[in-house]
Design a protein around this ligand. Structure first.
Ligand SMILES: [Fe+2]
Length: 357
């Protein structure tokens, strides 16, 4: 379908009283905000056509030419582009200029570093405990997002620009959530931005609970404090709503639902199955992986490889959750090639460490 970007507008006097044109004439209907064919090339412009044009201009309609017929129009009408206001170069918004620069930077980065392969980079990042390459790749991609889609996309770009530039716990969750979403075939910038903003804002609610709760491993929290910790989902969602920040409903849902689990064992609403959107499952799963690995759940650190081995074989590890929905689960367990490794030994070691913790 042709859009406004495919046309330039001309005035009636630009027809110069001629009756025949080697280009097509289109009209813009302000009522439907659509362009439609008015007169085919080399067809006579009749009195009926001109009467209709009078009527159309009266209603705010416009005459338009396809941009790919620009040269034909200018030659036939013996005009310069500078005489047609709509053909003058549009001054780009500074954010659009910045985006074009970021697209070029990304191209240069790809030429220098080659294609980015998420799984192999993730495995390397886990081995070296260094996620800089993963985070940088996510940042470079997000900075090429369109600046005119929605406030949530613009917020995702802003957060990537201002925060996604160092290797820390939150940025690991944001970058891996984003790349895992792409692994799950999510390509829409709206949805990817919901993931990015949801991953950044998911734990906003913890600012409303005592610091000691956030610093104590989840499984070590007494029942009352554990319930308080679980409230970070509702509190974060509430804060976002109260702030009236212009952010998508789907992003707010990620903040609220990232601890919901497919079988209904999650919180705060014990949602189950399709009640939990794929985007919330992704942020929930990735947050859980990093929380588990860093010791925020059991108190003991655990290698990502050992976690994924346990997940893949559905072996029991205290506090480890698997229940993220099939698509997300499959994407996660293939993040590291666990087939080639020292299998059983590794699991046993992990479980022993876990018991000790
Ligand atoms: Fe959380």
């Amino acid at each position: 379908m042709k859009t406004e970007y495919d046309f330039f507008i001309i005035e009636r006097e630009h027809l110069k009283g001629k009756k025949n044109f080697p280009f097509q004439l289109y009209i813009f209907n302000p009522l439907h905000k659509k362009f439609s064919m008015f007169l085919n090339g080399n067809r006579p412009l009749t009195k009926e056509h001109l009467d209709f044009l009078d009527y159309l201009f009266d209603k705010g309609g416009r005459l338009a030419i396809l941009k790919n017929q620009r040269k034909t129009f200018l030659v036939a009408q013996e005009m310069n582009a500078s005489e047609i206001p709509s053909l003058k170069e549009r001054e780009l918004h500074p954010l659009e200029k910045e985006r074009l620069m970021n697209i070029r930077l990304k191209e240069m980065h790809d030429e220098k570093s080659g294609a980015f392969h998420f799984q192999s980079q993730f495995e390397l990042a886990c081995q070296t405990d260094n996620f800089e390459v993963i985070i940088e790749n996510a940042r470079l991609e997000i900075l090429t997002f369109s600046v005119t889609i929605s406030p949530t996309v613009s917020l995702a770009i802003h957060l990537a620009k201002t925060h996604l530039d160092k290797d820390n716990f939150t940025n690991r969750i944001v970058a891996v959530s984003y790349l895992l979403a792409k692994n799950c075939n999510i390509v829409d910038q709206d949805a990817l931005s919901d993931i990015i903003c949801g991953a950044y804002l998911g734990h906003l609610g913890l600012t409303q609970t005592p610091l000691a709760i956030a610093r104590t491993p989840y499984l070590s929290l007494p029942e009352k404090e554990r319930t308080l910790f679980q409230k970070h989902t509702i509190l974060g969602h509430h804060l976002i709503k109260k702030s009236q920040i212009n952010i998508s409903e789907r992003c707010k849902k990620i903040i609220l639902d990232h601890h919901e689990r497919m079988s209904g064992n999650g919180y705060p609403s014990m949602k189950y199955g399709e009640q939990i959107e794929l985007l919330s499952q992704i942020v929930g799963a990735v947050s859980h992986l990093f929380e588990y690995s860093s010791g925020k759940i059991t108190g003991g650190k655990q290698s990502m490889k050992a976690i994924l081995i346990a997940m893949k074989s559905k072996s029991y590890m205290q506090g480890l959750e698997f229940d993220f929905g099939e698509k997300v689960f499959q994407s996660i367990i293939t993040l590291i090639n666990t087939d080639k490794i020292e299998n059983k030994e590794s699991i046993d070691t992990s479980l022993d460490k876990n018991k000790a913790a």
